[in-house]
Design a protein around this ligand. Structure first.
Ligand code: AMO
Length: 425
């Protein structure tokens, strides 16, 4: 039976079989060390037999091997145990030498090289650790929401209409009919509030935005939440706070290699909130500015740390003109909305808010924007049959992981990024 590298100490003194990739070979006058990598980490096999040493010399890095030997205590070996007296079997020799030196503690390659060899670069322990942060975040997201009475949903990724805005949408041919790759599960998650009251989904969404920036992808992973029976967007924000705490908690539970830059934030009991109009004033922008620029977001994050000791800041009340038609206006002043963005370490991480919930309000909102309610018949049907006041949010997974691990480009927190230029690997 196979023993994982991390479990070798529990087998000290006995026979073991480890399997994995040749991570590194180190040759000395009288011995060769074979460092083997598996999903649990690294192990060391020490080879002194001449024939076995010649065999290893012919097995380049990334060869998949089986090593059968004895687990022997050695305080200088990783984990205090190494494999001795090995019989080595090559299970899958590589057809080409590795273009990346995965054995180096840090991957020393340009971003395009890393992305071109994505399938290989994620094998590097430091890269692998970045994705473990993403996986743990997903775990924390689900765990928090499962415990709070939410139902996980799975919604279509091809839609008949754009959900967020008409631009930024990929058109596809759907059996001869025009269709779009889903920009978000927005319409479906709202409809399913009418069924389950509280729902969440994690999945890919697609944006044909021609933004060649360090924070935009053409496909990203959206962590979506929607819930009914709210008073307003502040109730949504309270759920978001719990979700963030759950995600940070789950990342904190990770054992094994941590990404070098991992820096877990403290999630405050209450996330500080400023109104959009106040946010503009704080950053010295014109009161007519319709949106926050990236430098405004960075300045506001700095302000939140100074003023509130919080790395999270919610900006509420975004102008109606900048929010999608489904957004609930701010009661008493429809210039503004009951919506928010959550900024984290200088970046917009989450968008959320309260939605319209009455059919007539949707027809009015669409008509006012010059959109034809008839085009949204399938969506609007939901609101003809009793929908509670509701709202929700979406968090971009890749942005979250990049911010947690100090990566400057979200392509580095994405397994196989899709952007303006990249469709492979
Ligand atoms: P929005 O369009 O603001 O809102 O997206 C929500 C969050 O998704 C992330 N994000 C992106 N990440 C990588 N590349 C992109 N091109 C990209 N675009 C957005 C950001 C952003 O905050 N339906 C609403 C959410 C809601 O109200 O429930 C929506 O999709 O982190």
């Amino acid at each position: 039976m196979r023993t994982l590298n991390a479990a070798l100490p529990t087998h000290a003194g006995g026979p073991v079989r480890v399997e994995g990739w040749v991570h590194r070979r180190r040759t000395f006058a009288d011995r060769t060390f074979l460092v083997l990598r598996d999903r649990s980490g690294l192990s060391q096999t020490v080879v002194t037999d001449g024939a076995a040493r010649r065999q290893i010399a012919a097995l380049p890095e990334e060869t998949v091997v089986r090593v059968e030997g004895t687990a022997t205590a050695n305080s200088r070996a990783p984990g205090g145990v190494e494999v001795t007296a090995p019989v080595i079997t090559a299970l899958s020799p590589p057809a080409a030498p590795s273009p990346l030196e995965l054995w180096r503690p840090e991957l020393d390659a340009s971003l395009p090289t890393l992305l071109d060899h994505g399938a290989l670069s994620w094998r590097h322990p430091a890269q692998n650790a970045v994705w473990q942060v993403a996986a743990a975040s997903l775990r924390g997201f689900r765990r928090t929401l499962d415990a709070a009475g939410f139902t996980e949903i799975a919604t279509p990724k091809v839609t008949a209409t754009a959900t967020e805005s008409g631009a930024g949408v990929f058109a596809v041919d759907w059996f001869g009919r025009p269709a779009f790759l889903a920009q978000s599960p927005q319409f479906s998650k709202q409809a399913l509030v009418g069924v389950f009251e509280r729902v969440y989904e994690t999945g890919p969404v697609f944006r044909a935005e021609p933004h060649d920036t360090v924070r935009h992808l053409a496909q990203y992973t959206s962590l979506d939440v929607e819930l009914g029976f709210i008073d307003d967007h502040r109730d949504v924000l309270a759920v978001l706070r719990e979700v963030l705490a759950g995600m940070v908690g789950a990342v904190g539970e990770l054992t094994g290699t941590s990404p070098a830059g991992l820096d877990l934030p403290v999630v405050p009991e209450e996330v500080p909130v400023v109104h959009f109009s106040e946010a503009l004033r704080l950053v010295g922008a014109s009161p007519d500015e319709p949106d926050l620029a990236p430098e405004h977001e960075r300045a506001l994050s700095r302000w939140a740390v100074q003023e509130h000791g919080s790395e999270f800041l919610a900006v509420e009340g975004y102008p109606s003109a900048k929010r999608p038609f489904y957004t609930h206006p701010q009661p008493g002043d429809p210039r503004w909305t009951n919506s928010f963005d959550l900024l984290f370490r200088g970046l917009e991480l989450v968008t959320g808010g309260q939605r319209l919930h009455e059919h007539a309000a949707y027809v009015r909102a669409l008509t006012e924007r010059g959109m034809d309610p008839e085009d949204y018949r399938g969506y609007l049907d939901t609101f003809s049959h009793g929908m509670p006041p509701h709202g929700g949010f979406a968090l971009g997974l890749e942005r979250w992981v990049a911010r947690l691990t100090g990566l400057d480009n979200i392509r580095r927190s994405t397994l196989f990024p899709r952007d303006l230029h990249r469709l492979t690997p």
